[in-house]
Each structure stands twice: as structure tokens, then as C-alpha cells.
Design a protein around this ligand. Structure first.
Ligand SMILES: Cc1ncc(COP(=O)(O)O)c(C=O)c1O
Length: 402
């Protein structure tokens, strides 16, 4: 049996034909397909504007910089981020000249603990960044209440949670701005890529400008991408507007290949989402008997989980360590990844010192959490293999966890 990986990039035959069309049309850089993808992606997340760019990290970085500019945040203003997330969430704050302040997470959901947010807010706090980890929406109601109470902005990190919902509202629609990743293995992928979404025209315009070197022109759809058309705005300014730069920007663009692959993925989104959910539920159903030792995903009935991955945490009193189990799974050709260690990363220890001891839930997850795949390319026999391997490990001679 082939390796049971954590992700799968699926492009339909129609998608492949469209890639060929891009090659034939000889327009590789950002053009009509990217705009179409942005529009559809934003609409599916109940937002007016989508801005596609080269990564989820860039999406968060640009989103934060846009907020910083619009609301005149001072350098080193503070953004509250969960103590368990992929390092890109807090790195984006640092890249934007802001200070991430970590908040411990809930032991059951691994998401930012809303009860611990208020004690971290001070006069320099400007925003909260909830991260919907593994596809599970954060507990948004109290987070939105706190943001309103303290006049904080919300930037949602939706890198892992396309189409997930909380109380019938899609992730990405709770704050001023959201950042998604479309890196391979994410629910919707364009190979590499990301999307900023927002309802705010000004934030959209700043984001568009930032991703293209700080350009003055920020039209939602650049008519210049059609060689037969002439931009009416372009020569209205003293300097050609397309080559006039009004802020310090970045080179974060994507091209038409990513645009068509993204469109193809969106066309198959129902299949992708429902298969992931079915796969995750199958794993949970068949691993119920190991819950003495392993914590499986839990989520309330008012969220829809988009299951980018299937997280598992070894419980504190288990007679084995995470490494024993993940080594066994890897030996059996089942890919595993450690569950988002952040505060114990060498670079963070260097920047922030030894913070981990102040975050007991994060510390437990850092030592004991991992994830396996539940993606839409997995077949029933592969899911059974995961289940069987976990059972073999627990019931084997070494641990006899009956
Ligand atoms: C929670 C989270 N935020 C941000 C990112 C960054 O996305 P990218 O790898 O596309 O830069 C990731 C990527 O895996 C992620 O998991």
C-alpha cells in the first residue's frame, strides 16, 4: 500500500485542460483566472473582496500591514495569538513590526482559550488573531465580544479552515480581515498560495498595493491583464499609475496557473469537504475504544469542522510517549507530523526566552500532540490501516493497553 500521507493535491481533467489553455494563451502572470478565483473564493466565505497572493503567511502579513496602516497602529503594538499554531501566524506579526502575545489554548479544541484572552489585553493591544486550527473554528462569540469591548480588530487565521462554520457563519467573516493558505495539503490548494479576504474596500486596496511592491493602482480587476484593452486610469496621473509606488510593498503575486488550479478546486469543494468529514468521522468512530490513552478531535454541534488534518494527543497518564506511537505509525508507512510546536522552537526561545512553562496546555500538546491525514484522497482501506496500526500498537506486547 502506498504511503498514507497527510495531504493530496487533486486536479481534475478539466483543471488540467485549463492549465494547458493558460500555456496556449501565453499569459502566465496574474490575469483573469486569478481575479475569477479571488471573487469566487471571497464569495464562498461571505466576503466582498479576495486578494490572492503567494502564501498564507503573506496573506496574514499583508492583512496585518493593511490594518496597521488603516488604523494607524504604532510599531510593536500587540496582537494576541494562540500558543499553539503554525509558526507563520506569529511570524506574520513579527514581519509586520507587531508583537505577538501568546494566549494558551483550550485542551479539548487546541484553539485559543477565550477565557484567557482578557488578562493579556493591555493599552498596547490592537488585535486578536484567532487561528482555526486543523479546520476547527475557534469559539468566536466571546472573542468578538472581547474585541468589541476593548476596541480590538480581529484578523482570522483561516489557513487550515476553508469553509468551516461557527453558528452558521463562515470563518473569515468574523473580523476585519482573514488570511487563508492554499499551500499543498491544505483543504483547497493552488500548490503554493494564499488569499486575504475582507469586506472593507480600503483594506482590500492597501492589500492589493502591498502585494505588488506598493503600487498606486489597486483595481479589483486590472483591465491591463487583457492586452486588447487600455487602462483608463493609467496615464491620468503624472507618473504611469502602474509604475507609481506609494508604500513600501512586497512581491507576493501569484500567476494564472494558481488561478486555474484554485478554480478547479473550488468546483470540487463539496466532494473535498464531505470526503474529509466522512474520513475523520470514520477514524473517530473506529478509534473510540482507545480514548483512555488518546484524545481524539472534539467539537461542539454548532460548528462545521473542515478537517484539514486529524489531530491526536497522547493523554498525560498514557504508558507510552508520542514518539513510540508515531515511530510505529511511520514504520507502517503512515505519515505523522508533530502538532504545531511553537513556543519551544529554537528561534522563539531566542526571541522570547523560555515562555513555554507559562502555557501548560500548549506544553502538553507540544510534547504529546501529532496529526495524521484524513484527506479526500484516502480510501477506506487506508483509513482501516491507520485504525489497525493504532490498535496493534496499543494492544501489542509492549504496552498491552487493553
Ligand atoms: C495555521 C497556519 N497559518 C498560516 C500558515 C501559513 O501558510 P503558508 O504555508 O501558505 O505560508 C499555515 C501553513 O500551514 C498554517 O497552518
Amino acid at each position: 500500500m502506498a504511503k498514507i500521507g497527510i495531504g493530496w493535491a487533486f486536479v481534475s481533467d478539466n483543471g488540467k485542460r485549463r492549465v494547458q489553455e493558460i500555456l496556449d494563451a501565453n499569459r502566465l502572470s496574474q490575469g483573469p483566472r486569478v481575479y475569477e478565483f479571488e471573487k469566487k473564493f471571497a464569495r464562498l466565505h461571505a466576503q466582498k473582496y479576495g486578494i490572492a497572493l503567494n502564501s498564507g503567511t503573506s496573506a496574514l502579513h499583508v492583512g496585518l500591514e493593511a490594518l496597521k496602516e488603516k488604523f494607524n497602529w504604532q510599531p510593536k503594538s500587540k496582537v494576541l495569538v494562540p500558543a499553539v499554531t503554525f509558526i507563520a501566524s506569529s511570524n506574520a506579526c513579527l514581519h509586520a513590526g507587531l508583537e505577538p502575545v501568546f494566549v494558551d489554548v483550550e485542551a479539548k479544541t487546541y484553539n485559543i482559550n477565550p477565557n484567557l484572552i482578557e488578562e493579556k489585553i493591555d493599552k498596547d493591544t490592537v488585535a486578536i488573531m484567532p487561528v482555526h486550527l486543523f479546520g476547527q473554528p475557534c469559539e468566536m462569540e466571546p472573542i468578538v465580544e472581547l474585541a468589541e469591548k476593548y476596541n480590538l480588530k480581529i484578523i482570522e487565521d483561516c489557513a487550515e479552515a476553508h469553509f468551516a462554520t461557527y453558528k452558521n457563519k463562515t470563518v473569515g467573516s468574523f473580523g476585519e480581515v482573514a488570511g487563508f493558505s492554499t499551500y499543498v495539503a491544505h483543504t483547497i490548494t493552488t500548490g503554493v498560495g494564499g488569499v486575504v479576504t475582507t469586506n472593507d474596500r480600503e483594506l482590500m486596496e492597501i492589500s492589493r498595493s502591498l502585494l505588488a511592491h506598493g503600487r498606486a493602482c489597486t483595481c479589483e480587476k486590472c483591465v491591463a491583464s487583457d492586452p486588447s484593452k487600455v487602462c483608463p486610469l493609467r496615464l491620468k496621473t503624472e507618473m504611469d499609475k502602474r509604475f507609481m509606488f506609494v508604500r513600501l510593498g512586497y512581491s507576493y503575486r501569484i500567476g494564472e496557473f494558481e488561478g486555474v488550479i484554485g478554480l478547479d478546486q473550488l468546483e470540487h469543494k463539496d466532494f473535498i469537504m464531505s470526503t474529509r468529514k466522512t474520513n475523520a468521522e470514520y477514524l473517530t468512530e473506529n478509534l473510540r475504544d482507545v480514548q483512555n490513552y488518546l484524545q481524539l478531535p472534539w467539537y461542539p454541534d454548532y460548528v462545521t469542522h473542515s478537517f484539514m488534518m486529524y489531530p491526536i494527543v497522547v493523554k498525560k497518564d498514557a504508558p507510552f510517549e508520542r514518539r513510540d506511537l508515531t515511530t510505529w505509525l511511520e514504520k507502517n508507512n503512515i505519515e505523522t507530523r508533530p502538532m504545531m510546536p511553537l513556543l519551544n522552537q529554537p528561534i522563539y526561545k531566542k526571541i522570547f526566552g523560555d515562555l513555554e512553562k507559562n502555557y501548560p496546555v500548549a506544553e502538553w500538546i507540544n510534547r504529546c500532540g501529532f496529526y495524521v491525514g484524513c484527506h479526500h484522497g484516502l480510501q477506506r482501506e487506508q483509513l482501516d490501516k491507520i485504525v489497525d496500526c493504532v490498535h496493534e500498537f496499543l494492544h501489542g506486547e509492549k504496552f498491552s493497553c487493553r
